[in-house]
Ligand binder design. Sequence first.
Ligand SMILES: Nc1ncnc2c1ncn2[C@@H]1O[C@H](COP(=O)(O)OP(=O)(O)O)[C@@H](O)[C@H]1O
Ligand SMILES: [Mg+2]
Length: 326
Amino acid sequence: MAKKKNITIFFPCVGRRVVLLNSFRRTARQLGLTTRIVGADSDQFSPALQCCDRKFVAKRVSHPGYTREMLSIIKREKVDLLIPTVDLDLAIWARHRTKLTRSGCTALISSPKVVQICQDKRLTYEFLKTHGFDTPKTISARQALSQNRPQFPCFLKPWDGHASRGNYIAHNRDELRFYSKHVPNCIVQEFINGQEYTVDVLVDFNGHVRCTVPRRRIEVRAGEVSKAVTVKHLEIMQLCQKLIQILKAGPGIITIQCFLTDDNQVKIIEINPRFGGGVPLAIKAGANFPKWLLQMWLGQNPKINPTRWRQGLMMLRYDEAVWFQK
Ligand SMILES: Nc1ncnc2c1ncn2[C@@H]1O[C@H](COP(=O)(O)OP(=O)(O)O)[C@@H](O)[C@H]1O
Ligand SMILES: [Mg+2]
């Protein structure tokens, strides 16, 4: 096989992922690859879009022409590696992944079935229960309202939600009734108290989990983590590895969210089959996901020590800006 020397990486809905994009660019260069980054976003002023070599101001994901526009960019730009970073278009990429692979574009996306399980919180709950993972009890709003003694507080959210939209805590029956009317596709969960963790899991192209990095969330701003710290919590790492292997998610990074309760129970609340917003912390701590994924794309089998990353590394984010001349 001829040695690959060039790579074109495509980030659809690239948004604000400047740090992630730059780490792919930097590591691709270090691996001796001539790199071209293509980005698309519906907002012409997306910060990360300005950092791309080719920029496309594209239709919104909800537009019926979105898929066709994206596929035509992939074809025209001869994209080698596709990296989705938002929930909105994961189902589209999952549907097209086999076709894309055949045409020479590797997509870091799970199968349609896995994406469906992850994006429907009712199915996530069923999956977790079936396989014996601890997770907050989840029922429909109607079931919750018909109970004689519902447990309070309880947590309300849409089963197809993302970015913490439509999330409420109900403390009594009146609040439960009020919010359940206002939250579309509402489900009601047992409210979990504890420390929240986000876990980055690297899955290779053979479906094997290669590295797992828990980060404890300290502060969240506008739905994205702003303060966090890496924690080598072995039980969380083992649970997440087992979960991903049973789910058969990947390839790429899968981001799992869970709570560690005061009595040390790990309760899984969400599985996002994509790069999470806080992944720069895991990368900085030494889990060099961009490098390992690029090496795998090159057909190499990188040696990965799954616990060789820095424990206790803190990330404190602040506002940075991208400057460009209009
Ligand atoms: N059952 C729960 N108990 C307490 N807090 C929760 C619960 N479910 C979710 N949360 C909080 O709400 C946030 C968003 O919920 P999540 O299930 O991740 O949905 P999404 O990110 O898709 O909006 C979580 O990061 C967590 O802080
Ligand atoms: Mg979430």
